[in-house]
Design a protein around this ligand. Structure first.
Ligand code: UD1
Ligand code: UDP
Length: 381
């Protein structure tokens, strides 16, 4: 029996972790024991608890309850708390997801205690170090022993940073193992697709007509914290809904909802609030999100995960960033980088309103990444 310690903290990590927990429960319960540590980075029920309940993820064994603060303080509190748990639990392997401050804290605490780190979603790069996520993911990759990449692009990125993609056992922090086994988010999107159809009533609740609405999410710090960008994005959304007579549903991250009134101009805020096509709602459950994504005409987002889910469900996506780590989406012409530019956002949406003959090639694995990851880790013990 090997013991793994999984670190989660932010919404997408909780969702991603459900794939591995499910796989352990269904196939490896006699071989892998999982201990779950929640840093408490996300703490609202709609950002955390709802996913444990809905996706049947085991309740965390530890919750550090660090809450929100500056990057330094938040990460420091996490490192301290994670270190205590690692010393007590002495896991064989630590599992880290993605690129949040919870990922970075786990990487620092675990590597200093010589605990092998498995990084799921390794090798992704935006090549934009003004993003906190780019710093977090680079630091985590470089202290990991197992790098689980979701795409071949991620493998190439690691290669160009000097990683040996053909390394042989004994694996360790200086001789890490790179395995390209697919994307655990794809596992989840396929696994829960029909369950969501059964369980979610979000379309009825918000009176949405299938294939005749747009889903939007906005939470990236450079969009929420920069009033110019935020105004440009919302002005475009307001315009798109009215020009096309189309409903736009926006499950809004608390980061964005908290500052909307203060950062938008008074005039634009009034327009948004009085626009009958715009449905700005609190964050939704994963099943509700799946139904919104599957039934949207197209998706507009700055989220990494939502971009990919758009692709999984064969929906075009307008990306509110200046670049993306998920370059396959752009290569396959299923997404357009519009950044926060008013005209680009409108033109990209208009393009996809008319053109949806897209070849959604399968590039994110075979929806069995979690199982393959468990097998790979087990093989080494
Ligand atoms: C974090 C991640 C980001 C990821 C996102 C997923 C970092 C640096 N960023 O960004 O990569 O895409 O999670 O959603 O780790 N807040 C609440 N309730 C909550 C959580 C947050 O109100 O449950 C508000 C607080 O005002 C907080 C703000 O959101 O200050 C930002 O939260 P934080 O976790 O620091 O960053 P995210 O923007 O969520
Ligand atoms: N998500 C959700 N409810 C919402 C918005 C997003 O369940 O209201 C899910 C979404 O389906 C995806 C994940 O959260 O699986 C993406 O998280 P987020 O956009 O917060 O972060 P990112 O992927 O950009 O790190």
């Amino acid at each position: 029996m090997i013991r793994i310690l999984t670190i989660i903290g932010a919404r997408p990590q909780i969702i991603k972790a459900s794939a591995l927990s499910r796989s352990i429960k269904n196939k490896f319960s006699d071989k892998i024991q999982e201990v779950i540590l929640h840093t408490g980075q996300h703490y609202d029920d709609q950002m955390s608890k709802i996913f444990f309940d809905e996706l049947k993820i085991p309740k965390p064994d530890y919750n550090l309850n660090v809450g929100s603060s500056s990057h330094g303080k938040q990460t420091a509190l996490m490192i301290q708390g994670i270190e205590d748990v690692l010393l007590k639990e002495k896991p064989d392997v630590m599992i880290l997801y993605g690129d949040t401050n919870s990922t970075l804290a786990g990487a620092v605490a675990g590597s200093k205690l010589h605990i092998p780190i498995a990084h799921i979603e390794a090798g992704l790069r935006s090549f934009n170090k003004s993003m906190p996520e780019e710093i977090n993911r680079i630091m985590c990759d470089h202290v990991s022993t197992y790098l689980f990449t979701p795409t071949t692009t991620a493998v190439e990125n690691l290669k160009s940073e000097g990683f040996n993609v053909l390394s042989k056992p004994e694996y360790n922090i200086d001789n890490p193992c790179i395995s390209n086994l697919g994307d655990v988010m794809y596992d989840n999107s396929m696994h829960f697709s029909s369950v969501a159809e059964e369980k979610s009533s979000v379309l009825q609740k918000y009176n949405l007509e299938k294939n005749n609405f747009i889903t939007v999410t906005i939470h990236r710090d450079n969009n929420t914290d920069n009033p110019k960008r935020l105004n440009s994005i919302f002005k475009a959304i307001d315009n798109i809904s009215k020009e096309n007579n189309i409903d736009i549903i926006i499950p809004l991250h608390p980061r964005t909802s908290k500052i909307l009134k203060e950062r938008l101009s008074e005039e634009l805020y009034a327009k948004i609030i009085n626009n009958k096509f715009l449905k700005i709602i609190p964050p939704v459950s994963f099943f509700d999100m799946i139904m919104l994504e599957k039934n949207s005409k197209l998706i507009v987002t700055d989220s990494g995960g939502v971009q990919k889910e758009a692709y999984f469900y064969k929906k075009p996506c307008v990306i509110l960033r200046s670049e993306t780590e998920w370059v396959e989406i752009i290569k396959n012409k299923a997404g357009i980088i519009a950044d926060a530019e008013y005209n680009k956002i409108i033109n990209s949406v208009n393009y996809f309103m008319k053109n949806n003959d897209i070849n959604f090639q399968q590039v994110f694995g075979n929806a069995n990444a979690a199982e393959l990851i468990c097998e790979k880790i087990l093989k080494d013990f």
